[in-house]
Design a protein. Structure first.
Length: 89
């Protein structure tokens, strides 16, 4: 049985909405279509600070200042195995 929005108390619903808003606030969105670019997609940053996705870049006449690859949340948090054994002759 699914709970509807009307079954959730007001405080719980407000906390849920705030949590969702906080999660999407730090994500980069395209300034034109408001779409969140996918992991692995290239985004383009312009001098004005606007970020455009690959799909909307063609509509913008200016050249981007730089571009970046969209990484997943685990980027920079993965472990790398290193061999620290000394070589014996």
């Amino acid at each position: 049985m699914r709970a509807s929005v009307h079954d959730i108390p007001d405080l719980e619903l407000a906390l849920l909405r705030r949590g969702v808003d906080e999660r999407v606030a730090d994500r980069e969105r395209c300034a034109h279509c408001r779409r969140t670019p996918l992991i692995g997609e290239r985004i383009y940053i312009y001098e004005s600070g606007a970020i455009l996705c690959e799909l909307c870049r063609a509509r913008h006449k200016q050249e981007p200042v730089r571009s970046a690859l969209v990484h997943g949340p685990e980027f920079g948090h993965t472990m790398r195995a290193t061999d620290r054994r000394t070589a014996y002759a």
